[in-house]
Write a protein that binds this ligand. Structure first.
Ligand SMILES: Nc1ncnc2c1ncn2[C@@H]1O[C@H](COP(=O)(O)OP(=O)(O)OP(=O)(O)O)[C@@H](O)[C@H]1O
Ligand SMILES: [Mg+2]
Length: 164
């Protein structure tokens, strides 16, 4: 309605996104992200968590490779103004291993923390501002974005505004 600011309904869902659509969404996210921010990426093996993360990190300005941190647990990207930590806890034996990684010491006010398989981190992880759930939908994927904090909500709102 004229004069009214529309408010997005959360969570918001994106149905049947192929890889190109997901890459475009990641680029849009890169344009609205404000650090610090913690994003948990939930979904089965092959659901698209690394694909979205890779597109996001490249859209943020990283020119090199973005590899899946499945074996090393952690990859770190220093982009001007933003420090990206990409964690993949699929192969973690025990949440206590996170202590040895020393992620608490790596996190500062410029950090974007992206976590695959966050449920394996127990209470050793910083709380999520935003969770994204990935589900297989035929050849494509369904995505559900759920904010948990005011920064998570403003990120979702900015993204929704951008897509309108
Ligand atoms: N939206 C999409 N539509 C179709 N295929 C996709 C989509 N997103 C990713 N894929 C493909 O699915 C495969 C697995 O993707 P990806 O590695 O991102 O999954 P993942 O969730 O990180 O899995 P894991 O839990 O093993 O780390 C890749 O071959 C990728 O190209
Ligand atoms: Mg992955």
């Amino acid at each position: 309605m004229a004069g009214e600011t529309p408010t997005a309904e959360f969570p918001f869902r994106k149905k049947r996104y192929d890889e190109a659509a997901m890459t475009a969404l990641a680029a849009a996210l890169a344009g609205v992200i404000e650090v610090p921010l913690v994003i948990y990426l939930h979904g089965d093996l092959g659901a698209g968590k690394t694909t979205l993360t890779r597109a996001l990190i490249q859209a943020l300005g990283h020119a090199g490779r973005v590899k899946s941190p499945t074996y090393g647990l952690l990859e770190h990207y220093d982009i001007p103004g933003i420090s990206v930590l990409h964690l993949d806890l699929y192969r973690i034996g025990d949440p206590g291993e996170l202590e040895f990684l020393g992620i608490e010491d790596l996190i500062d006010r410029n950090t974007l923390l992206l976590v695959e398989w966050p449920e394996r981190g127990g209470d050793q992880l910083p709380a999520a501002d935003l969770t994204i759930h990935f589900e297989h939908a035929g050849e494509a994927r369904d995505l559900t974005w759920r904010p948990h904090t005011p920064p998570g909500e403003s990120t979702c709102q900015a993204l929704v505004d951008l897509m309108q």
